[in-house]
Structures are given as structure tokens and as C-alpha cells.
Design a protein around this ligand. Structure first.
Ligand SMILES: NC(=O)c1ccc[n+]([C@@H]2O[C@H](COP(=O)([O-])OP(=O)(O)OC[C@H]3O[C@@H](n4cnc5c(N)ncnc54)[C@H](OP(=O)(O)O)[C@@H]3O)[C@@H](O)[C@H]2O)c1
Length: 322
């Protein structure tokens, strides 16, 4: 018996993340291949060669002795690698998909424009019935710094540039992007932060980036910009931010505002001060939703390429964690 089965392992959370919905999509995308939902279906664990997963139960992948490839059904693999029993001999593939990337870039552009066009101020004025026309400035007066210049961050930086913002980016290794000031590594961080009014964070959560968004970093952001103080937009992962520091920095003016899509605890607890903080916009980790049809076809294409002897794309480097 040659292992051939694609197993789906995920914690049900409804909507797009319903396991049954994913199974029907993957059955359609992978004609002729046995597709099992674990632990519901009565599958022989030894037949499983591939797994398509989203936050599976800890230890579940370690129980599949012939597993070769794990497809994470999202871009960030931090939750998966937090499992001490994750089978590190397997190949881990993440999602990098133009549809997902477009949605993340929309989020970055939309929220930068909200600050640039002072939309919170206009909403508050409307609520008061006040005809308030605040000063305007050109987009190139606003310096946006994108932390993370990977698949998503480089697309977002490019689209922010098209909107006219003065854009810089920061990555681990050197990058070159047309019209964008690129910085890298710890040595490039100070100069990057010093020319940033709006910090857009699209980093993965790794041992190196956990709590990178803290008071020491916020205090190095530019304070001479037209917005009157630095803004944080975090669409990466909640674990990137020290939440006590974010709140304290908002309260003492080190940060002027924050738009947060991701949190250390999700869903955000009802008693979290972020919900009602006057300087915070909360979105429920939906900066970019995943389209199950699109991603199912992506998994099918990757399996077909692998079995035809071609390489897999978007393989995670387990040594860096992204
Ligand atoms: N909120 C949402 O709905 C949502 C949706 C999708 C994704 N995300 C998040 O977005 C993240 C990024 O996705 P992606 O597809 O763009 O990932 P990616 O292609 O792997 O890019 C990651 C970027 O982060 C940089 N980086 C990693 N560690 C770093 C460090 N220690 N110092 C400086 N830069 C570092 C990398 O630098 P190099 O280029 O030098 O390698 C790269 O530019 C995901 O991991 C996920 O957490 C969130």
C-alpha cells in the first residue's frame, strides 16, 4: 500500500474555516485522490501522505507515520510550529496566493488612507453634526514604513507607493523594490523607523519577531510628520506586539493611533481595553480572508507538481520559522 491520501486536519471555526466545506472543495480540486477529514473519517493513518491543515490539534500530525508534506491553509505558520510535536522531517508549505495578497494590500492601503485623509476626525465631526474641513496635504507628505517585504509586504508597499505615499520597507535580508527605500536587519531598523509616520506591519511571527512592537521601537518612530505622531497598523500577528506597551504608548502619546487586526488572544476578549480605546480601530483578524476554492486548487497544483518531479513552491524554512 503506497500512501496516497490527503488528510484535512483543522479545528472547526465556521464560515470559510468549516472543515466540511474544505473537504468538498479539496475533493473537487483533487479528482481521484482519497481525501479524508481527520479525526472524523475512518482513515488508516498510514495511508496519509499529504495533510492540509489549519491550527490542527497539537500532536495530531505526529500520529501520521508516512506524512511527507504539510500544506498550511494560510500564510502564517506560527501556530503550527508552536506544536512541539510538529513532524519536522516533513516539508511544510504555506499559502502564497495573489488573491490573499491583494486583500492584505487593500487593508494596508485602506487604513493608511483613513489616517492620511483624517477620516476618524470626519466621522466624529459628522456624529456631532459639525461641518469640519481639516487641512489636507499630499500623500507624499506621509511616510509609510512597511515591516516585512515578503510576498504580501512587497505588494502592499508597491500599492502604497502607487497611491503616492513616501514608502520604505524593512526586511531581514536586503531587498530592492522600485521607488521604495529598502532597509534590512537590526542595523537598518533605526533609520527605517526614523523616517516612518505610519508603520504597517506584515511580518511573520517567529522567535526573532515576537514582541518586536514594543515601547523601545515605538519611541524610535518619526515625531515630525504631518499626522502629528506615529501610527501603528498591525496585520501580521498578535504575538508581534507587546499589548501593554501599545496601550501605554497610546495613552502617553508615543503613538497617535493604532489599527489592529491581530491580537495575542483571539477572539479579542470582551473586556479588552482595545475595544473601546478612542485611538484604536479593531478589525477581527480578517485583513485578508482565504478563498477555499482558490487555496484548494493551489494545494492540488502543488501535489501535481510534486508528483511530476517538479519542486514545491513556498516551502517554509523551519530554521527561520517562516
Ligand atoms: N491578518 C491577516 O489576515 C493575515 C493574512 C495573511 C498573512 N498574515 C501575516 O502576514 C505575514 C507575512 O506574510 P507573507 O506571505 O508576506 O510572508 P513572507 O513572504 O514569508 O515574508 C515575510 C517577510 O518578513 C520578513 N522578516 C521575517 N523575519 C524578519 C526579521 N527577523 N527581521 C526583519 N524582517 C523579517 C522577511 O524578510 P526577508 O524578505 O529578508 O526574508 C520577509 O520580507 C504572515 O506570516 C502572517 O502572519 C496575516
Amino acid at each position: 500500500m503506497t500512501p496516497d491520501t490527503l488528510a484535512i486536519l483543522m479545528i472547526s471555526s465556521g464560515g470559510n474555516w468549516s472543515p466540511a466545506k474544505w473537504k468538498s472543495r479539496l475533493v473537487t480540486a483533487c479528482p481521484g485522490r482519497p481525501v479524508m477529514l481527520l479525526p472524523d473519517d475512518a482513515a488508516d493513518p498510514a495511508r496519509v501522505r499529504y495533510a492540509a491543515v489549519w491550527k490542527p490539534e497539537r500532536g495530531a500530525l505526529a500520529r501520521l507515520p508516512n506524512l511527507e508534506i504539510v500544506f498550511n491553509l494560510g500564510a502564517g505558520v506560527d501556530a503550527l510550529l508552536a506544536d512541539p510535536a510538529f513532524p519536522r522531517h516533513t516539508t511544510l508549505v504555506r499559502v502564497a496566493d495573489q488573491d490573499l495578497t491583494n486583500r492584505m494590500s487593500e487593508y494596508a492601503v485602506f487604513h493608511c488612507l483613513r489616517y492620511h485623509r483624517r477620516h476618524r476626525m470626519l466621522e466624529a465631526a459628522q456624529a456631532r453634526g459639525e461641518w469640519l474641513a481639516p487641512d489636507q496635504w499630499a500623500a507624499n507628505a506621509v511616510r509609510v514604513g512597511v515591516m516585512g517585504l515578503g510576498v504580501i509586504g512587497s505588494d502592499a508597499a508597491t500599492k502604497l507607493k502607487i497611491m503616492g505615499f513616501d514608502v520604505a520597507g524593512w526586511s531581514r535580508t536586503p531587498k530592492s523594490l522600485d521607488g521604495i527605500a529598502c532597509f534590512h536587519g537590526p542595523a537598518g531598523l533605526d533609520a527605517f523607523l526614523a523616517r516612518t509616520d505610519i508603520l504597517v506591519v506584515i511580518l511573520p511571527l517567529t522567535p526573532d519577531t515576537r514582541h518586536i512592537l514594543n515601547r523601545a521601537l515605538f519611541s524610535r518612530l518619526a515625531r515630525d510628520g504631518v499626522l502629528g505622531g506615529p501610527i501603528l497598523i498591525n496585520a501580521g500577528r498578535g504575538g508581534l506586539q507587546n499589548e501593554a506597551d501599545v496601550l501605554a504608548c497610546l495613552d502617553d502619546g508615543t503613538l497617535q493611533g493604532a489599527t489592529l487586526d491581530v491580537f495575542e488572544t483571539e477572539p479579542l476578549p470582551a473586556d479588552s481595553p482595545f475595544w473601546r480605546h478612542p485611538k484604536v480601530d479593531v478589525t477581527p483578524h480578517n485583513a485578508a480572508d482565504t478563498d477555499p476554492d482558490e487555496i484548494s486548487r493551489y494545494v492540488a497544483r502543488q501535489i501535481a507538481a510534486f508528483e511530476a518531479g517538479r519542486g514545491l513552491a513556498n516551502v517554509v524554512d523551519l530554521s527561520t520559522g517562516y
